[in-house]
Design a protein around this ligand. Structure first.
Ligand code: SME
Length: 171
């Protein structure tokens, strides 16, 4: 299996997602650790979309979201459900698109340069495993195309990979 992603950067966002999806399907391996698989997913997204300044997963455990694999600057490690964009998405169990983070009440600024954001929950049945968070230095960087495709991607991940609490053991 190829451990690289091949996508023409001049393609439209929709076309990029269309080509990314089968490559992610080939890249992830349920027999390998969750953290290894998700690390590559963040790297693939960051590599393909120049608009992304930060992309990463937060895992849910006992009403708190804990920082998982990511690409970008150092970020806050714990977010309470209901707080910030990530906590709002986990609480509502729905994707949240924020065109201007400075206008989102309670936005948690990990990187002062960030101007817009999309957060997609990782849901399987009635279970929320966490969220996928993408930030951009551009305003209004994320739209319905990103929402649909990232929801499909998260759907694939929760279907194919086992989201257990092994990554969240503290001591
Ligand atoms: N902005 C997020 C916090 C996580 S960082 O962006 C990586 C929020 O408001 O939940």
């Amino acid at each position: 299996m190829a451990e690289y992603i091949e996508i023409d950067k001049s393609l439209s966002a929709d076309e990029k997602y269309n080509r990314l999806f089968p490559q992610i399907e080939a890249l992830i391996n349920p027999d390998e650790p969750l953290i290894s698989n998700l690390s590559n997913v963040t790297a693939a997204l960051k590599e393909i979309f120049d608009k992304i300044s930060w992309v990463g997963f937060y895992f849910l455990k006992e009403n708190k979201l804990y920082l998982g694999p990511f690409q970008g600057k150092v970020a806050c490690t714990v977010i309470e459900v209901g707080k910030g964009v990530c906590g709002t998405s986990a609480m509502k169990r729905e994707t949240v698109i924020v065109e201007d983070v400075h206008k989102f009440p309670g936005h948690i600024a990990c990187d002062g340069g960030s101007n817009s954001e999309i957060v997609v929950p990782l849901i399987k049945g009635s279970e929320v495993y966490g969220v996928l968070d993408l930030d951009s230095y551009q305003f209004s960087a994320f739209n319905e195309t990103d929402k649909i495709n990232l929801e499909n991607l998260c759907g694939l991940l929760v279907e194919r990979l086992e989201f257990n609490n092994q990554a969240l053991i503290i001591k």
